[in-house]
Design a protein around this ligand. Sequence first.
Ligand SMILES: [Zn+2]
Ligand SMILES: [Zn+2]
Length: 429
Amino acid sequence: MSIFSMRTASLVVVIAVIGTGAYVLGRHDERAGETISLTSSVNAKETVRSSSSPVKPLAEQDVYYPGTEAIGPDEMRVAACGTGMPNARPKQAAACFLVELGNGDKFIFDIGSGSAERLSAMKIPYDYLDKVFIGHLHSDHFGSLADLWIGGVIGNRIVPLRVWGPSGHKPEFGTAYALKHLEKVYTWDSGSRLGNVDIRGQVLEVNEFDYKGINQVIYQENGVTIRTIPAIHALDGPVSFILDWNGLKFAFSSDTFPNKWWMKYSAGADIAIHEAFATPRILIEKQNWTPGAALNVGTQVHTSPAQFGKVMSITKPRMAVAYHFFNDFDTLPDMLDQVRSTYDGPLSMATDYMVWNITKDDIRVRMAVIDEDIWPQPAVGEKLPPDRSKRIGFSEFTLSGREPFPEVVQKIYDEINAEYGTNEEVPTD
Ligand SMILES: [Zn+2]
Ligand SMILES: [Zn+2]
């Protein structure tokens, strides 16, 4: 029997016990001639409730509701907007962490597949979600960039999207090459929006830096400094990031094998987020990998949870955060066993929507509760009306196929003009 089926079996036993408990709590029952009751008659008299319920809001929540809490002037808030793997799943998007600072600045570190949806759940105007730092060009670390770039325009961003990412060992392996071609991929998309929406947010500002830089400053504005160090992962090019602000230090590995640069420059971070890949055992059991492949990817290409623990026991962050694994009831025990074999300090085993509030005195870890019906927040500045002269427009061929239903459309224009006091006319071109 594998460890997974053993754990499943013991879980069934636990559920059975809980079920019995609930049954006992729910009723008085007779067993073997005895009456079972959890409330004695004396206690029952003492717990008579007032006839009216004091319905008042709680002073504090155990969860984080995005958009409802100001950040303190000396506080850093980090939200996990992607903690998973390259293969998509509803529960966990791929790598993405949002950092918000007490000075109002916000930074996105990696934007892996599926993560733009999680960013939207944070209820922040897209004008402030305009700075993205990509650790390397695997899809699980930048696969959702186009969603933020183009979706952000539709979501009311009216400022350019600024992106920082590393060079490669050849130009075509660098961030500038990747994003120049991403823009080409979306030629039709960009063209279709000309003259129809305010496209100022469609500008992609790319800042490529040397992946070999050691503790090199790539960003310094408004009291915030972001440095990079080389990471070791898959090919030359990956980097890790370190953000310093107001005496607080945030370190994010993206993907890396344990390395000397991380050990030196992330040491003593207030929060250190480092990959901890699924254990070889999990890869074998859940994915049918051969032991050889699981050991190679799980301990040589990536950092295993035991290696993660070793790194953290040496660098001693105030909070160590493990991510880059599917965090489930049947995987967490093995992950945790492995981390705890080498590390006994403060630890978060990350999953999507985990949130850390960090000050010099305290680190609070909670889960965010998400509004599934989220809409984009309004633009911070005033949006420009579309300039119809910029439209590429249709060919005569396509125009000849239109069925304009003028009597229907005129009625919609009339209703909207009456309701909003405008004087819009149905276009004739
Ligand atoms: Zn990777
Ligand atoms: Zn990865």
